[in-house]
Design a protein around this ligand. Sequence first.
Ligand SMILES: C[S@@+](CC[C@H](N)C(=O)[O-])C[C@H]1O[C@@H](n2cnc3c(N)ncnc32)[C@H](O)[C@@H]1O
Length: 267
Amino acid sequence: MFADDICLKYQDLKPEDIRFLLSEILSLPPSRLHSRLTFNSEQKHLFESAIKRLRTGEPPQYIVNNAWFYGLSFYVDKRVLIPRFDSEVLVEALSRYIKGDERVLEIGVGSAALSIALKKEFPSLVMHGTDISKDALAVAKINAERHGCDITFHHADLFPSVESGFDIILSNPPYISENEYQKLDSRVKDYEPKSALLAKNEGLEYYQRIYENMASYLNINGIVAFEHGFDQQARIVNLTESYGFKILQMGKDLSSRDRFIIAKINS
Ligand SMILES: C[S@@+](CC[C@H](N)C(=O)[O-])C[C@H]1O[C@@H](n2cnc3c(N)ncnc32)[C@H](O)[C@@H]1O
């Protein structure tokens, strides 16, 4: 059977979700899905039960416990936000400002996809990651181990209690306002952790709290890199400049929506 025929059979479902499941369950790269597909009995059973779960609205990445980010495979389940391809642009942009041996803090690591992508590219980085969710940190540790990355994880409200002196602080914090949250796709709202998405003050709560407390954690000439909501860039830039940072780069995501800023503390 061909992937196209299978997609036609399940017209109520998105073809890209079916193709993702096929690729994962048959262990085939997406580029091989155009050839005739064969299933053994276990794969057939897995695919059929995955289709049932997909019909309930569950994200396919949770169904197969895998998400791809920066060409790497990450274990995911409902304890963490599924890493988004849109966040890859921030990692790529930040890479250009990295020498290779900096001390980096990621606030709100979730699956640790961003930290691991950086650490794989720059193995000498000294990486620390925090999360307020112990569940998320358990997933982050699975992924760090899977990729052989030495990252120190801290269960903390934004900043670790025992470490400071970072050259780079990176974060994709929760940034969805209450109003926007209500409008989210049910696939996100019903399955992904609310605590990874929702933020007060029109979604700006975490940026404000991070800047308020940053001074004692960031080194002279330190860099900050933030992902943000598509309509938040001007406010994030204002906030960043009000704390004495110079904007190095403002960037867009894969759909050309404003998505991140990178800034340097004025020394
Ligand atoms: C938008 S998710 C980003 C996850 C991951 N970094 C990524 O980009 O896929 C935000 C993360 O911040 C964590 N978080 C929420 N409030 C926090 C806090 N006060 N301190 C540390 N982490 C927090 C959430 O648990 C979640 O894992």
